[in-house]
Ligand binder design. Structure first.
Ligand SMILES: Nc1nc2c(ncn2[C@@H]2O[C@H](COP(=O)(O)OP(=O)(O)O)[C@@H](O)[C@H]2O)c(=O)[nH]1
Ligand SMILES: [Mg+2]
Ligand SMILES: [Zn+2]
Length: 283
């Protein structure tokens, strides 16, 4: 997909990454410098996205070519994500392992490393705490990284050199988390504007920001995410279902003696995970 337009004096050309797009103005970061760029020629017909790795001409401030993408997420539109921080609160908004499982599927099918970050444990009641702790234990058991938003040092270590997107409901604590990671950011928090803006055409600009040697998109969304994908793809998000089932290409939904169903019954596979899987393949 590498598109190269025209011939350039190579000394002016530099690798960069699109941080944000505002109409026909593209902000590109290259070696810590930021260039406001326009797009030239043939590339104009190509829909560039935030996160695109591009080559820019630093004399004319133009984007000359775009590199092959690793992945592209939609709503918000963003490419080349290495890690997804799945931010899930315990209380207000209430805990949902369904949303977590959905984001795990999204991550696995797009070759993104998911990292689950739990917020608002401080305001959870006993019952909520118990449920969340069971979930954390299970997600860790099947090999995922889980942190609470108190574990800032550990979260900081996940950032350097990576392009990261946040996912989670409005109010989950995404912006608050970023502000904790980097005190200078001072992002707005506590907004419920999503409710007010619903139905209206509020343009939400996706922007990658420099944080701790990495780039992070404080995206307002993915919570209304729809997974238009096959059962096989959805199964990728349920790694512990990858067991020797006696049925070939089993979807683990109804067969007698299906190994996954057996494990659900014996409690080895968490029932909520199985139910979330059934719900996702139905959608
Ligand atoms: N008690 C408590 N409140 C939090 C925590 N994290 C975020 N909040 C609050 O939850 C509200 C929504 O947070 P915000 O970061 O704006 O959520 P976002 O929509 O995901 O960006 C704000 O009022 C925050 O102060 C937390 O860990 N504990
Ligand atoms: Mg926010
Ligand atoms: Zn099966």
């Amino acid at each position: 997909m590498k598109i190269v337009v025209g011939k350039m004096k190579t000394e002016n050309l530099r690798d960069g990454k699109i941080l944000n797009i505002n109409k026909d103005l593209y902000t590109v970061i290259s070696n810590d410098s930021v260039f406001p760029c326009k797009v030239r020629g043939k590339l104009k017909d190509f829909k560039l996205t935030v996160g695109d790795n591009v080559v820019i001409d630093t004399i004319n401030n133009t984007i000359e070519s775009v590199k092959q993408r690793k992945n592209t997420l939609i709503r918000p539109l963003i490419s080349n994500i290495d890690k997804l921080f799945i931010v899930q609160s315990v209380h207000l908004p209430e805990f949902s392992n369904y949303l977590i499982d959905k984001f795990l599927v999204l991550s696995e099918i797009n070759n993104i490393e998911p990292i689950i970050i739990i917020t608002k444990l401080d305001i959870a009641n006993k019952i909520e705490k118990k449920e969340v702790k069971e979930n954390i234990k299970y997600y860790k058991k099947i090999g995922y990284k889980v942190y609470t938003n108190k574990e800032i040092k550990k979260i900081r270590k996940e950032i350097k050199g990576y392009t990261i997107s946040l996912a989670g409901q409005t109010g989950a604590g995404k912006s608050t988390l970023l502000n904790k990671i980097d005190n200078n950011l001072k992002l707005k928090t506590g907004e419920v504007s999503e409710h007010l803006g619903r139905g209206k055409h509020t343009t939400r600009l996706v922007t990658l920001i420099k944080v701790n040697g990495g780039l992070i998109a404080d995206t307002p969304g993915f919570s209304s995410l729809e997974l238009n994908t096959s059962k096989e793809e959805i199964l990728k998000g349920f790694r512990e279902f990858n067991v020797n089932c006696k049925y070939k290409s089993c979807t683990h939904t109804g067969n007698d003696g299906c190994e996954v169903k057996k494990r659900v019954e014996s409690g080895k596979i968490k029932l909520s995970r199985y139910n979330n899987y059934l719900k996702l393949i139905k959608e």
